[in-house]
Design a protein around this ligand. Structure first.
Ligand SMILES: *[C@@H]1O[C@H](CO)[C@@H](O)[C@H](O)[C@H]1NC(C)=O
Ligand SMILES: *[C@@H]1O[C@H](CO)[C@@H](O)[C@H](O)[C@H]1NC(C)=O
Ligand SMILES: *[C@@H]1O[C@H](CO)[C@@H](O)[C@H](O)[C@H]1NC(C)=O
Ligand SMILES: *[C@@H]1O[C@H](CO)[C@@H](O)[C@H](O)[C@H]1NC(C)=O
Ligand SMILES: *[C@@H]1O[C@H](CO)[C@@H](O)[C@H](O)[C@H]1NC(C)=O
Ligand SMILES: *[C@@H]1O[C@H](CO)[C@@H](O)[C@H](O)[C@H]1NC(C)=O
Ligand SMILES: *[C@@H]1O[C@H](CO)[C@@H](O)[C@H](O)[C@H]1NC(C)=O
Length: 375
């Protein structure tokens, strides 16, 4: 973006478009094409039989599953654009309206399920109907009860699957990082002091809650409920625990990360699996014996060990089944796969190679020299 103005314009348009959607429907994660595109809204079979509150208009919204990571993604895209271009013109009234909505969601989803008189506190609820991707959500669309801990709740995971416990730790880690980044961009451009202060406050509150409420014996939980319930596992989709260094939450040498990583890449993680063809972390989105190449990419971002990096790289490269593209998941039993050209995994793979091109050039280049794109 710093060398290609048209690419920068495209990304700025994506930010503007997302700002429009987030300001209207901050709880939703997938949208119809904007009216200016001339494309008709498409019907989402998986949203049939779903009741969502607050209600949504299906001419704008494609699906209204609430994923905290979607809001983090909007913040990350905005600050990455600013960092690359130093252009602050995306911060228009729509963008500030979207940011205000994000703070509303952060506040609402930090609250306990019940107030002091046991009134139900529900700002968003989603009841699934038919279809494998829409299981019924218990407690009339509210999910498992939760108690205030400083973390922000989510309903669905980055995989689209229903959360077991609301406080998804890696999504909170990403949020804490991106709120600090948001504050830095606002301070650098001397805008909205009220928002930068609020962002710093929440960033610290969330970070402290992660360190104080989710770790036992150096092991991060994937999800917690604020009552002491912890689900120790990981899912391949980012934000994940394995990707905490990639997200910028901690150093890959931190003892809590190293201990958690060792557990996650072993039998102690219910969604780790290994077989003759492939191994890694998967998730319930496909099933527990189809790990995802994305998890091997996160693993590479999380280590400086040359042998570990090389093993993960070859596991990925040896398992494209002749297509040269990264799949969604691969069976440990026979190498069969889902979604042959999963766009998210392919761009994550490219991002990882660009990182290795500077961090570990001797592993991927014959001349062993670091390479920086655009130079
Ligand atoms: C939107 O909802 C209405 C009413 O349920 C339905 O008739 C229509 O087909 C839906 N449109 C799309 C694009 O899903
Ligand atoms: C669902 O959420 C709405 C707010 O969007 C709230 O008014 C309603 O009470 C909630 N219903 C249940 C059953 O939680
Ligand atoms: C910050 O202040 C502006 C201008 O007074 C206001 O419109 C906005 O809602 C405030 N945002 C937050 C998150 O307090
Ligand atoms: C955030 O703000 C609240 C209310 O002003 C304050 O009580 C709390 O200590 C602040 N937290 C941090 C981490 O700054
Ligand atoms: C991580 O910690 C190591 C020392 O343990 C240090 O050399 C390195 O610079 C740190 N990396 C980052 C990104 O802070
Ligand atoms: C990948 O394939 C190469 C060439 O067949 C083989 O030497 C290597 O052991 C394989 N590595 C992994 C991790 O499967
Ligand atoms: C799975 O592994 C077996 C044994 O190494 C090999 O013969 C087979 O070709 C692999 N399948 C695929 C789809 O890579």
């Amino acid at each position: 973006m710093s060398t290609d103005k048209e690419l920068a314009t495209l990304v700025k348009a994506v930010i503007n478009n997302e700002a429009r959607y987030v300001s209207q429907y901050p709880y939703c994660g997938a949208f119809q094409p904007p009216p200016e595109s001339g494309l008709a809204p498409s019907h989402n079979d998986w949203a049939d039989g779903v009741t969502v509150n607050p209600p949504v208009n299906n001419q704008t919204v494609f699906e209204c599953k609430y994923e905290l990571d979607s809001l983090c993604g909007f913040l990350k895209l905005s600050r990455s654009y600013y960092q690359a271009t130093k252009d602050a013109s995306f911060m228009n009234s729509n963008w500030f309206a979207a940011v205000d909505q994000i703070f509303n969601v952060i506040w609402e989803q930090s609250q306990s399920s019940f107030d002091e008189d046991y009134n139900l506190v529900s700002f968003y609820n989603w009841t699934g109907g038919n279809g494998a991707l829409s299981p019924a959500v218990n407690n009339v669309g509210n999910g498992e009860p939760r108690l205030y801990s400083g973390l922000v709740g989510t309903h669905h995971r980055p995989s689209d699957d229903l959360s077991t416990f609301a406080f998804l730790v890696p999504a909170n880690a990403m949020l804490s990082v991106e709120l600090t980044n948001l504050a830095e961009v606002l301070e650098a451009t001397k805008q909205a002091k009220n928002i930068s202060q609020l962002a710093r406050n929440y960033s610290t509150t969330i970070k402290n809650a992660i360190w104080e409420t989710t770790i036992v014996n150096n092991i991060f939980a994937y999800e917690t409920n604020g009552f002491g319930g912890r689900y120790v596992m990981d899912d391949a989709n980012v934000p994940s625990l394995l990707s905490l260094p990639y997200l910028g939450f901690l150093n890959k040498t931190h003892p809590a990360y190293v201990a958690t990583r060792n557990l996650l890449l072993s039998r102690k993680n219910p969604y780790f699996a290994a077989g003759k063809n492939f191994s890694g972390i998967g998730g319930p989105h496909v099933d527990a014996w189809n790990p995802w190449p994305m998890s091997q990419i996160s693993a590479i971002f999380g280590t400086d060990d040359d042998e570990d990096i090389t093993r993960s790289l070859y596991l990925i490269a040896n398992n494209t089944q002749g297509l040269g593209l990264i799949h969604e998941s691969i069976s440990i039993y026979d190498g069969s796969y889902t979604r042959p050209w999963f766009a998210w995994a392919n761009s994550y793979f490219a991002e990882m190679l660009l990182d290795l091109a500077q961090r570990k050039p001797h592993l991927i280049f014959k001349d062993g020299k670091p390479y920086t794109p655009g130079q």
